[in-house]
Design a protein around this ligand. Structure first.
Ligand code: BGC
Length: 408
């Protein structure tokens, strides 16, 4: 029997994002796209906005000691420059509920959805976007900086930019011409709202630069708020690796440079920590037939290890801010979690400064362009009755948490 013991104080929990679970958010770009029939409606989602206490009871009963969630920008700033104190009160109550149950909070200030007024101005294409974003982040920090220590400015900026301005599968549905093969990536569908134009190429790069500037400006503004909060950014690593072939090895390094390092090198100096989300890998020259998740993605949790090692060079603490699996039958989830934990452990043995892990997701939820059909939750949600039911795999995760170790 082997025991992989984690350091004392290691954090274990799960993650959610506002639009995917809260329900009742109608003033953002995704809600508009849904009303126009381009993406599925989120509607009341899991009604987590009203049921967060009961949901946190479940998380606590599963042994979790931390929880990552996001704040809905459109609730806090429903009109440009007008901030809603009542919604701050709501999130303050959410933080208090977490604290009361011994769950350390991690706030993501922006997880994909944009307030309608901001999207109408062009969103991150607008020249003032970085300042507008930084103003919002600083406002929330001033209001909640006493109640939460760990903040991330944004979730997966490159996924946001690629889906919105390259593949055209998410708002604002801009697409590069001749990239149809990208849409055949499992899990991405075609949308008829697409605007295909060569002008989207420079727009994409502009949006990426604006996101860099927005994060950096937000970091400074949040630090200036003076609460001493940790400010990071959440990046989804897509791991590119290869077989023995030197050509494939070169291709993999170029792709890792393109997807991960060319972005992180522009923001890491304004990060106190990096959140790592891991779901996808691409191994060049690999002919193995992988088992698939319900998203059609390879079952390859082992990629988490190399993903974490890749980020060692930034010398920052790392949070595994998301990793999990869509598995409606709960057939592979427990094993997937164990394999993730094993990989995290071996990355830590090799010097990656990992401080905690948040499974994606606590609840089944709105999986963006897929609507509600994909089920990532440790807890199943019946969308008719909103009843929650803990999946067996959640207890396997609980055992790991209770031992603070993987015992095999
Ligand atoms: C996102 C989540 C999403 C998950 C699964 C991540 O890219 O942050 O919002 O639900 O992947 O696709």
């Amino acid at each position: 029997m082997s025991e992989k013991k984690f350091p004392e104080g290691f954090l274990w929990g799960a993650a959610t994002a506002a639009y995917q679970v809260e329900g009742g958010i109608e003033n953002c770009d995704w809600a508009r796209a849904a009303r126009e029939g381009f993406v599925p409606r989120a509607g009341r989602a899991c009604d987590h906005y009203h049921r967060y206490e009961a949901d946190f009871d479940i998380a606590a009963s599963l042994g979790h000691n931390c929880h990552r969630f996001s704040i809905e920008w459109a609730r806090i700033e429903p009109e440009e420059g007008r901030f809603d104190e009542k919604e701050i009160e709501h999130y303050r109550a959410v933080l208090a509920a977490l604290r009361a149950r011994g769950l350390k909070p991690f706030i993501t200030l922006w997880h994909f959805t944009l307030p309608q007024w901001f999207a109408d101005k062009g969103g991150f294409e607008h020249p003032d976007a970085p300042e507008i974003f930084a103003r919002y982040c600083a406002y929330v920090t001033r209001k909640l900086g006493n109640d939460c220590r760990h903040f991330a400015t944004m979730n997966e900026p490159l996924v946001f930019a690629s889906n919105g301005w390259r593949r055209g599968s998410w708002p604002p549905f801009r697409k590069w011409p001749g990239l149809d093969f990208l849409q055949s990536i499992p899990g991405h569908r075609r949308f008829r709202a697409q605007e295909t134009s060569v002008r989207n190429v420079p727009r994409y790069f502009k949006v990426v630069s604006q996101l860099v500037r927005a994060h950096n400006a937000a970091y400074d503004a949040m630090k200036a708020a003076g609460f001493g909060v940790e400010v990071g950014l959440v990046h989804q690593v897509i791991l590119f690796h290869s077989n023995w072939n030197p050509f494939n090895q070169l291709l993999a390094s170029l792709m890792n440079w393109h997807w991960t390092h060319s972005f992180l090198k522009r923001v890491f100096k304004k990060c106190d920590a990096i959140g790592v989300n891991y779901y996808l890998h691409k191994k060049f020259g690999d002919t193995r037939a992988y088992e698939k998740t319900d998203m059609g993605w390879d079952v390859y949790p082992e990629g988490l290890c190399e993903s974490l090692l890749m980020l060692r060079r930034y010398g920052l603490p790392l949070w595994v801010s998301e990793a999990g699996v869509a598995d409606a039958s709960d057939r592979i989830r427990a094993d997937y979690i164990k394999r993730l934990v094993r990989c995290m452990y071996s990355a830590m043995e090799r010097g990656a400064d990992v401080r905690g892990y948040m499974y994606w997701s606590l609840l089944d939820n709105y999986e963006w362009a897929h609507g509600f059909e994909k089920r990532f939750g440790l807890v199943a949600v019946d969308y008719d009755t909103l009843e929650r039911k803990i999946r067996p795999s959640a207890y396997v995760y609980k055992e790991i948490i209770e031992k603070n170790a993987l015992v095999e």
